[in-house]
Write a protein that binds this ligand. Sequence first.
Ligand SMILES: CC(C)(COP(=O)(O)OP(=O)(O)OC[C@H]1O[C@@H](n2cnc3c(N)ncnc32)[C@H](O)[C@@H]1OP(=O)(O)O)[C@@H](O)C(=O)NCCC(=O)NCCS
Length: 129
Amino acid sequence: VIRIAVDPFPDACELDELWQATWGASSGDYATRVLPRSLAHLAARDGERLIGFVNLAWDGGIHCFLLDICVDPDFRRRGIGTDLMRQATAVAKERGATWLHVDFEPHLEPLYRAAGFRPTAAGLINLTE
Ligand SMILES: CC(C)(COP(=O)(O)OP(=O)(O)OC[C@H]1O[C@@H](n2cnc3c(N)ncnc32)[C@H](O)[C@@H]1OP(=O)(O)O)[C@@H](O)C(=O)NCCC(=O)NCCS
């Protein structure tokens, strides 16, 4: 049974394992630096094992941003990413946000459309280039 929790503050080690499995990179100080500033974050667990995560970054007002959604490769295509998005959307609404933003790679468009994200014009700058 996969359980999803709101604001569980996963520890740095388990978050790092999921990050490595997903992006092949360390989560660094995400657990201590990023999460305290969020409107919410959600984590999916199979028993004790952290297998999914999503963050709702927040401007302190009516806007929040869905970031860093990930599901462990062993657990993909079972609807967990969709559940994380749907529950995150409900939490954002409950906590008073008006707008939930996201961007994504083109091949993931069906996932985000099915979760309720409508198309909009948007822009992005890579500040490291
Ligand atoms: C993106 C991600 C979170 C999806 O999680 P998931 O639990 O596998 O997603 P779901 O099972 O809810 O997928 C639902 C539907 O979305 C679409 N979808 C999901 N992953 C997809 C992929 N890699 N390519 C194309 N479509 C995809 C499919 O239509 C899928 O339905 P189907 O399985 O019946 O074909 C997961 O693949 C992941 O962690 N990827 C690496 C990190 C990443 O790219 N995050 C997003 C951008 S930061």
